[in-house]
Design a protein. Structure first.
Length: 92
């Protein structure tokens, strides 16, 4: 008798949401973003797509262009890791 497969969902922390939003934003590494630019890009992406939409944009890019998407996510994670969550909140 087959057993049912269970999927466990792990909620994202705030930094995870910020990474997805920054990934989905139009901000580019070549823009030499400041903390204020990053905060604005995150805010605009969440307003435009919602948090689920940012995740969807990211998933689409990983499906279409996995190498480029991995590079972009590493960039986003590095930027988010530069400062505490409060710093990004204040800059928005």
């Amino acid at each position: 008798m087959p057993t049912a497969t269970q999927i466990t969902l792990t909620p994202l922390d705030n930094n995870g949401v910020r990474c997805q939003a920054l990934f989905a934003s139009t901000l580019q590494p070549s823009d030499a973003p400041t903390p204020g630019m990053v905060a604005t890009a995150i805010s605009r992406a969440i307003q435009q797509f919602g948090t689920g939409g940012c995740a969807g944009q990211m998933a689409q890019e990983f499906g279409d262009h996995p190498d480029a998407a991995a590079t972009r996510m590493r960039w986003a994670r590095r930027l988010i890791a530069l400062g505490p969550a409060a710093r990004w909140q204040e800059a928005a």
